[in-house]
Ligand binder design. Structure first.
Ligand SMILES: NC(=O)C1=CN([C@@H]2O[C@H](COP(=O)(O)OP(=O)(O)OC[C@H]3O[C@@H](n4cnc5c(N)ncnc54)[C@H](OP(=O)(O)O)[C@@H]3O)[C@@H](O)[C@H]2O)C=CC1
Ligand SMILES: O=C1O[C@H](COP(=O)(O)O)[C@@H](O)[C@H](O)[C@H]1O
Length: 588
């Protein structure tokens, strides 16, 4: 027992969690992301405890004035990682981005890895490899990566130096995805970089889903770590329906244990999505209202102001429901609607998500509206339609927009419509959760009509809580308020938490949080196979029906608010979409 004088071992903070063979904690250097959640202490990016009695206090766990948990000495120098004393060189982690030449790798993964490095959140010993069929030298990979790196967080003078240091840790291996030789060559190069340290390996499958199994088979056989952990981040969509998702999971599990598979849904790494549980469970005021008794409907909205732009090859085979609704929006719904978990441990949270997903009705065709954007000319500018995308097959009925009404048949949510809508090529880029509350019973102000100025129908002006996931993260509550003055006039005002004003620092990208979690073995923000099964069970029947009946999507102009049908669907449940009412375009 480490002599902490506190009567308990600091490692007691390390929550027990199932670990794949060889899993070791990695010694992290100082990382500015304060990971103070007790359940995640074991993942702490090292925060050297504030000096205590004038001496750097490490090895003891205490909460100082900032509530920052110190990190035990063993983690500071790597001993708790079971990596053996530092003189044996400790451990190392390699991150191999499979599909390195692709869109996601360039746009999100390499920039996220650099941001983690820049914030000192990566382990001291790490190496990044790109793997794809394209022929590229190490230098060409570095040049490609450098085009998308930014020092957007806490711009510091040494950004260029840090970027160069990062790029020098990046290497490339060309190979076929089903080639054991290709991955064996990668393994050889990884071993060179690992230089005798305990080798932990992370593979990020940034490739089309149809080649996931090829890569896992080849890499698990010839490029797995011999003594550390080997993990695979698997991108969405996980299959196309219940059947193909089940086949994919079974195929992956021929080569990997469940705890080696990190199914990523990057929306779970979004700040406002992660904040959902904090809002609900760390405040008193929300949980009592969080049910059918007070909530009239919940709206989950995803909107992009651009089209598929060359990703038609992938997108046309999936469509907006599989691309956005069955994963991102449904994950947000599950976190929003779940019961209070037993603890903040990954499995307890994921247990509650599965329970609420299993309480949901299968989506019916009459509760779905689909749309597809069409080209048009506005103000002399020509906007293409989905069908104009050269990567989209002629005559495609793949929806680029969908709206759906979903229901949770449990005591908390019985009868409350959860309305989702997701679309590309709409009038704005936005993702938000809108909670519309019930009318005030016996509203005293219902009869009071302000003379003259536009009356506020307080009976219709119910409270609405909005969590804006992006852009410009915010949480605001729409209330009725007395207009200052000698009279009695009411208007709509917002209690408003605008992140850019309250928190003077940039928000990490979702991929940063999730990559760090995967390196640390924290599974809370990744999808478990039974969650996936429950999610596909809700959507698979209607997806099949849409395709078997070749339901024609309602065409909507590029840049518009989407198909009119979405309004009729909402009206069926006495709902108006909150994102397009006159008093809320979401700006302040
Ligand atoms: N792009 C995005 O915004 C997002 C993507 N995703 C998911 O991430 C994964 C990667 O997406 P993205 O980067 O856009 O994909 P890309 O289409 O860019 O493909 C990535 C790489 O895979 C290889 N590749 C592409 N098509 C094939 C094919 N038919 N057979 C074999 N190899 C192929 C290419 O590399 P090479 O030819 O060099 O081998 C390509 O550079 C997908 O599963 C996607 O669903 C998830 C969220 C967002
Ligand atoms: O998973 C996906 O997400 C992106 C949108 O991600 P965001 O973080 O930029 O909101 C979407 O464009 C893409 O089609 C989809 O595959």
């Amino acid at each position: 027992m480490a002599a902490t004088g506190l009567g308990f071992h600091p490692a007691a903070f390390f929550s027990a969690h199932p670990r794949e063979a060889g899993a070791k904690q990695l010694p992290f250097r100082h990382c500015s992301h304060h990971r103070i959640n007790v359940a995640r202490t074991r993942r702490a990016c090292l925060l050297r405890a504030k000096s205590f009695n004038g001496h750097p206090q490490i090895g003891a766990s205490f909460s100082n004035s900032n509530g920052i948990e110190a990190v035990p000495a063993e983690v500071l120098d790597g001993r708790a990682a079971g990596d053996g004393p530092p003189e044996q060189g400790g451990s190392t982690v390699s991150i191999t981005v499979v599909g390195a030449s692709g869109d996601l790798a360039k746009k999100k993964i390499f920039p996220a890895l650099f941001a983690l490095f820049y914030e000192d959140c990566l382990p001291e010993h790490f190496t990044v490899f790109g793997y794809a069929r394209s022929k590229m030298s190490d230098e060409e990979l570095r040049n490609m990566i450098s085009m998308t790196l930014t020092c957007r967080i806490d711009k510091r003078e040494n950004c260029g130096d840090k970027m160069e240091q990062f790029l020098q840790r990046c290497f490339y291996q060309s190979g076929q995805y089903n080639s054991e030789d290709g991955f064996a060559e990668l393994d050889r190069k990884l071993k060179e970089k690992e230089a005798g340290k305990l080798p932990n390996r992370l593979f990020y499958l940034s490739i089309p889903p149809n080649i996931f199994v090829d890569v896992v088979r080849s890499a698990s056989r010839t490029a797995s770590s011999s003594s550390g952990w080997t993990r695979f981040i698997v991108e969405k969509p996980f299959g196309r329906d219940s059947e193909s998702s089940g086949v994919l999971t079974r195929s992956l599990k021929m080569y990997l244990a469940e705890e080696q598979i990190f199914r990523i849904d990057h929306y779970l790494g979004k700040e406002l999505v992660e904040n959902l549980s904090v809002l609900r469970f760390s405040n008193l005021v929300f949980e009592p209202l969080w049910s059918r008794n007070y909530i009239r409907n919940v709206q989950l909205i995803f909107s992009e102001d651009f089209g598929t732009e060359g990703r038609g090859g992938y997108f046309d085979n999936y469509g907006i429901i599989r691309d956005i609704m069955q994963n991102h929006l449904l994950q947000i719904l599950a976190l929003f609607a779940m019961e209070t978990p037993v603890s903040l441990d990954a499995e307890d949270i994921r247990n509650e998500k599965v329970k609420v997903l299993r309480s949901m009705r299968q989506l019916k065709l009459e509760d779905v509206v689909v749309g597809q954007y069409k080209g048009h000319i506005r103000a002399g500018k020509s906007f293409p339609g989905y069908a104009d995308d050269p990567t989209v097959p002629k005559g495609s009925v793949t929806p680029t927009f969908a709206a759906a009404a979903l229901f949770i048949d449990n005591a908390r949510w019985d009868g409350v419509p959860f309305l989702m809508k997701a679309g590309k090529a709409l009038h704005t880029r936005r993702a938000e959760i809108r909670v519309q509350f019930r009318r005030v019973p016996g509203n005293l102000y219902r009869r009071r009509r302000a003379a003259g100025a536009a009356d506020l129908d307080v009976d219709a002006a119910t409270n609405e809580l909005v969590l804006r996931v992006q852009p410009d993260e915010a949480i605001y509550l729409k209330i009725n308020n007395k207009v200052p003055g000698l009279g009695m006039r009411l208007d709509r005002s917002d209690l408003n938490l605008l992140y850019s004003e309250r928190y003077r620092r940039e928000i990490p990208d979702a991929y940063e949080r999730l990559l760090l979690d995967a390196i640390e073995g924290e599974r809370r923000l990744f999808i478990r196979s039974d969650e996936l099964d429950a999610a596909w069970a809700i959507f698979t029947p209607v997806l099949r029906e849409l395709e078997e009946k070749r339901v024609a999507p309602e065409l909507y102009p590029y840049g518009s608010r989407g198909p009119v049908g979405a309004h009729y669907l909402a009206a069926n449940y006495n709902v108006r979409w909150g994102d397009i009412t006159s008093d809320d375009d979401g700006s302040f």
